[in-house]
Ligand binder design. Structure first.
Ligand code: SAM
Length: 297
């Protein structure tokens, strides 16, 4: 499939290139913001798992268009990222405690108003393993968030609505005033992808979350008020409460449907557009170099 056929098939892909966004995911954050006004009064933002950087582009355009000279956006990813105006990029692993220290240093010790994470690990194809790694990534994003988000601040993270998602909703309910599962129209209906929107961070008084390299997740959340499965005195297993979070589809109805196929007559020119940003370190780079040197058999 050539890039022009993808331009026609997926209008968010096309629209991203037209508007100068590095990825179509930009529209997911824009639609989430339309619904929840996530950027209102926000000055310090952490964009976790940010490469290639379309969410950071949205944040930079929205926040700095309001003339906020002292605003700060930090974008973190394992992959290197090409620079984005007004964004500090950090090539780091969000699961490592040192990353938190680096972000705090950039913020001069001040807390963040908003943290978002669009993290997705490389898929192995082993479904259970993939689901487990994704759940761990969300947990790491949440741990980092609890250490940096100001009380009253908001957190948004990508989730895949798998088997134990109701448990996550319930656990988040101990930390935030409102937890909503949102599906922007730019996210394909055929995918299990959704976003948890957690509004109003409310850590339990007296709980000071501390990330340690040798600490377990259980130790981390000790004192946070999050319930966990435990044995009662009568040896009955007290299960963690499972909660169904309200589900909201967002993006206005005139927005494009990601699963629909559009024709060129519907307002799009037939010229294919070049990518906004070429990949900085694509996995195929080494193979191309080897091929050039005739080292690839
Ligand atoms: N929001 C981005 C945008 O709009 O351009 C797209 C993010 S992409 C779907 C998911 C990203 O998660 C990948 O770039 C990947 O490198 C990153 N990622 C996965 N695990 C990570 C980790 N442990 N630490 C940092 N980044 C991670």
């Amino acid at each position: 499939m050539g890039k022009s056929s993808k331009d026609k098939r997926d209008l968010y892909y096309r629209k991203a290139k037209e508007e100068g966004y590095r990825a179509r995911s930009a529209f997911k954050l824009l639609q989430l913001n339309e619904q929840f006004q996530l950027f209102k009064d926000v000055k310090r933002v952490v964009d976790l798992c940010a490469a290639p950087g379309s969410w950071s582009q949205v944040l930079s355009r929205e926040i700095f268009s309001r003339d906020e000279p002292d605003a700060k956006i930090v974008a973190v990813d394992l992959q290197p990222m090409a620079s984005i105006p007004n964004v500090t990029t950090l090539q780091a692993d969000i699961t490592h405690p040192k990353t938190l220290a680096k972000i705090l240093e950039i913020f001069g010790g001040e807390p963040a108003d908003f943290v978002c994470s669009d993290g997705a690990p490389d898929v192995t194809g082993l479904h259970d393993l993939d689901e487990y790694i994704q759940a761990q990534l969300i947990l790491c994003a949440l741990q980092l968030t609890t250490c940096i988000l100001k009380p009253g601040g908001n957190f948004v993270a990508k989730i895949f609505r798998g088997r134990d998602i109701d448990l996550l909703y319930s656990q988040l309910g101990y930390l935030f005033d409102k937890v909503i599962c949102a599906k922007p129209r730019a996210s394909r209906g055929t995918s299990l992808e959704s976003f948890i929107v957690c509004l109003g961070y409310r850590p339990r008084p007296g709980w000071t979350p501390t990330l340690r390299e040798d600490g377990s997740t259980e130790e981390f959340f000790e004192g946070s008020g999050i319930g966990r499965a435990s044995l009662r005195d009568d040896l009955e297993l007290e299960e963690e409460e499972r909660v169904i979070a309200p589900f909201i589809a967002c993006g206005d109805l005139s927005a494009y449907d990601s699963d629909a196929t559009y024709t060129l007559e519907e307002g799009f020119s037939s010229t294919s557009l070049d990518p906004v940003q070429m990949p900085t370190a694509p996995p195929y780079k080494k193979a191309l170099e080897m091929k050039r040197k005739g080292l690839l058999k």
